[in-house]
Design a protein around this ligand. Structure first.
Ligand SMILES: [Zn+2]
Ligand SMILES: [Zn+2]
Length: 378
């Protein structure tokens, strides 16, 4: 199947800013989201198409590759995005954009009949390693679950809920006020459309009981703080057998003692001795998979950044892999012996008279200071 142009899918110009792309995406994702179009496969296809276009065009590297090479530049084997695929026990990953749009209140009230169970939120703390590599975690949550004694109906064994005689199962009744007919919630069944004559002993007719549920949650590799994982139907049970709500696992990644994460890149500071910095050498730097060697070139100044490609985080959405960025910090030696101090003084003497040549920063700095005082006195 030939693919549509990503810019065309989102309806944006080829030079559209990231903001415009996000805006277009939000609008289209809302329109085609499966929650809003249940059972509509055409909408689902459109949703996947929009999602893929968005993922490519908001990733600057992929966008550049796409602009240059078209679909061939962005790995044709990985079409379709992450929605609904892959099985497992999570339905969807809600990132920054989705977090804003579908933040609860989904399928909100208004409709009569037994109400759907509430969505629940579970805050999960993860270490950086767990977030990067993915993990399966057991969580225990207190939820209202369907009563096993009455199978959620709320009616005593052997009996069943009856259609409400007042509203005939509509949940609403029409009241006349002068010339107007007004719909009101049925006073007999309170909008449920059913009445229970003989309530279940265990749940007292609610159809739900509170229980602690243990769930195994599969966290995909690459998640970050702010990501949400939806477990369909794992929220609270609905009233009288109505559908259950969803459970949202909200990810929070704890600070790491060595690495800081910025998107898919990892960042760390590595102290090195000044002699290594001056003459160059191999140092060991940490990565999430263990230590690796890094070649420090001669005449390295403090604060210089070294990029280790592909040693960052694999994105949960696009499968792009980030880099590890090491910033070297040159450390002044401490606890020197007399002999070592002697050697350093001797070393210093060899620099005398030619310090400008050896200290590129100092040269500019002292020139600046001199100019500053010259300007003051003139
Ligand atoms: Zn019951
Ligand atoms: Zn009623």
């Amino acid at each position: 199947m030939s693919k549509r142009d990503f810019y065309e899918v989102l309806g944006v110009a080829r030079d559209a800013s990231e903001r415009d792309i996000k805006k277009a995406y939000k609008r289209l994702a809302m329109k085609f989201h499966p929650d809003r179009n249940p059972g509509d496969t055409q909408a689902e296809e459109s949703f996947k198409e929009v999602k893929e276009a968005y993922e490519i065009l908001t990733d600057s590297e992929k966008r550049a590759a796409y602009d240059q090479f078209g679909h061939a530049g962005v790995d044709p084997n990985r079409g379709g995005g992450g929605f609904g695929g892959g099985g497992g026990d999570f339905g969807d990953i809600f990132g920054d954009v989705f977090g804003d749009i579908f933040g609860g209140g989904r399928r909100g009230g208004g409709r009569s009949g037994p109400s759907r169970g509430n969505d629940l939120r579970y805050n999960m703390e993860l270490s950086l390693e767990e977030a990067v590599k993915g993990i399966t975690k057991e969580i225990r949550i207190p939820v209202l679950t369907s009563c096993d004694s009455c199978h959620g109906s709320g009616a005593k064994k052997g009996s069943s809920a009856q259609t409400c005689g007042t509203c005939h199962g509509q949940g609403q009744v029409q009241m006349r006020q002068g010339f107007f007919a007004v719909n009101q919630t049925c006073p007999t069944c309170h909008g449920k459309g059913k009445v229970i004559k003989d309530p279940c002993n265990k749940c007292h007719g609610q159809g739900r009981v509170e229980k602690t549920k243990t769930l195994s949650v599969k966290i995909p590799a690459g998640v970050d703080t702010g990501d949400r994982i939806r477990l369909s139907g794992e929220g609270e049970a609905g009233e009288m057998g109505a559908p259950a709500g969803d459970l949202y696992v909200q990810v929070h990644v704890k600070d790491h003692p060595i690495f800081q994460r910025d998107g898919n890149n990892l960042y760390c500071e590595v102290p090195i001795g000044f002699s290594t910095a001056a003459v160059g050498g191999d140092i060991e730097v940490p990565t999430l998979d263990g230590r690796v060697n890094l070649k420090v070139s001669a005449e390295t100044q403090t604060g210089r950044m070294f990029r280790l490609r592909g040693k960052g985080v694999k994105s949960v959405r696009s499968h792009a892999v980030g880099d590890l960025i090491c910033k070297v910090i040159i450390e002044t030696p401490v606890n020197l012996t007399e002999r070592q101090k002697e050697l350093l003084r001797e070393f210093d003497q060899t620099m005398e008279g030619s310090s400008k040549k050896h200290s590129p920063k100092a040269e500019g700095f002292f020139d600046g200071v001199k100019k500053f005082f010259d300007d003051l006195t003139s």
